[in-house]
Design a protein around this ligand. Structure first.
Ligand SMILES: *Cc1c(COP(=O)(O)O)cnc(C)c1O
Length: 405
């Protein structure tokens, strides 16, 4: 089914804004997507008519808020095909989800154990493991990234050994757009008895995510990169794993009984949700995921793939432009450099033309070192972007290159 992009765009009023008297072209969806009215209205409806603390009061509003909050959890569980809603932990976002695992798994990591990540990880899926390894005298191993932005499964097999305790890898790279073969990676890991955490921040809005089909042990994502609000995200974890991990934070909500000397902890998922949760955020996230479901993730995927291919072909015709990340399996992210011109200078000119791009290292400094570049420009697409926008972007880019060279 083809998406009706005009209808979709009318759900996102911010897209009709002008910046510097130019129509806004928003190509920074890898950093955060815009939010449809459905999400904005849901959040406002909550504060207008439902606001109350959850799981606490035996009164009308608290019951409504609790029901809606727990229904949001069930919706998320269905969206990623989790076996149970108990496997869906609400967090602040991908970063907190990964920190939760890195912190709670501490007791299971010993000196000389190894954790494998890749050279393309976002700082969020790198620094928590690096710090855990420093703390535990364990080793962080790095799966390299080839020139086209792909990783090698045979290199992964060589890296895995008896000391490997965890593999953490991005489903889709925020810099390269590479879709990693996570299902195969998980199979290899499980054949060796190793759990796998997937950083799904760039995947959740762009490809179908089925945690049971992937068989991942953990899957982390943020609502704000999938048309939902900032400040809320999810850690999916297999129940068996979540039961093995220590609580992440202590406080209200996550306890069962408390006496002065001893506390027993609540069952899943509450064991990992200390304090008052972001109820409005959870409801906004549910609306965002419903928005995606209504359009169909496979329709979104094929539309964005088409857009990426069109944009890649168009910018490749410009002299001096080199696309960074050309793996066969990629989506929605177009990183590039221009010979002899700093990405920041082009980004500045493009901004003045109303085009929102990202320039820099994209929270992936080790990847930049690995690729021997200082940074890239990145156009990242969402379901409301159009070929017309790509055309304006490409001619603006050509103009910028001419001005700067
Ligand atoms: C954005 C991003 C993160 C961090 O997500 P937050 O929402 O900032 O916590 C982690 N990994 C990847 C690949 C990302 O793109």
């Amino acid at each position: 089914m083809a998406l009706n992009i005009d209808n979709i765009r009318s759900d996102f009023p911010i897209l009709s804004k002008e910046v510097y008297n130019k129509p806004l072209i928003y190509f920074d969806n890898g950093a955060t997507t815009q939010k449809p009215l459905q999400v904005i209205n849901r959040i406002s409806e909550y504060y207008l008519n439902e606001n109350s603390n959850v799981h606490r009061g035996a009164h009308y509003l608290s019951q409504i808020a609790t029901d809606h909050f727990e229904n949001a959890r069930k919706y998320v569980a269905g969206f990623i095909n989790a076996k149970s809603h108990r496997e869906v932990i609400f967090t602040k976002g991908t970063t907190e989800s990964i920190n939760l695992v890195a912190s709670s798994i501490k007791g299971l990591i010993e000196k000389d154990d190894e954790i494998i990540i890749t050279a393309m990880e976002h700082h969020s899926n790198m620094v928590p493991w690096q710090q855990l390894c420093i703390n535990k005298n364990a080793k962080l191993r790095n799966l390299s990234v080839a020139g086209d932005g792909s990783i090698s499964l045979s290199e992964l097999k060589d890296l895995i050994g008896p000391s490997t305790k965890l593999i953490a890898i991005a489903h889709i790279s925020n810099v390269l757009g590479t879709i990693n073969p996570v299902k195969e990676i998980i199979e290899i890991a499980h054949n060796n008895g190793i759990p796998v955490l997937i950083d799904g921040a760039q995947a959740i809005a762009h490809v179908n995510v089925d945690v049971q089909d992937l068989d991942c042990d953990f899957y982390a994502f943020s609502a704000h990169k999938a048309y939902g609000p900032m400040g809320i995200g999810v850690l999916y974890g297999k129940e068996s794993w979540l039961n093995k991990l220590a609580p992440y934070q202590y406080g209200g909500e996550m306890i069962n009984t408390v006496s002065f000397n001893i506390t027993t902890f609540n069952e899943l998922p509450y064991k990992f949700e200390a304090g008052t949760p972001d109820v409005a955020g959870a409801l906004g996230m549910e609306s965002a995921l419903r928005y995606i479901d209504n359009l169909g993730i496979d329709n979104i995927r094929s539309y964005e793939d088409e857009l990426l291919e069109y944009a890649t072909n168009s910018i490749s015709k410009l002299v001096g432009v080199r696309v960074i990340g050309t793996a066969l399996e990629k989506t929605a992210v177009l990183s590039f450099v221009v010979d002899n011109i700093h990405p920041f200078d082009i980004g500045t000119l493009m901004n003045q033309l109303g085009i929102a791009l990202r320039s820099g290292n994209h929270c992936a400094q080790p990847l930049m070192e690995h690729l021997k570049i200082t940074g890239t420009l990145r156009a990242s697409f969402a379901l409301y972007n159009t070929k017309d926008e790509v055309d304006i972007f490409v001619s603006a880019l050509e103009k910028a290159i001419n001005m700067l060279s």
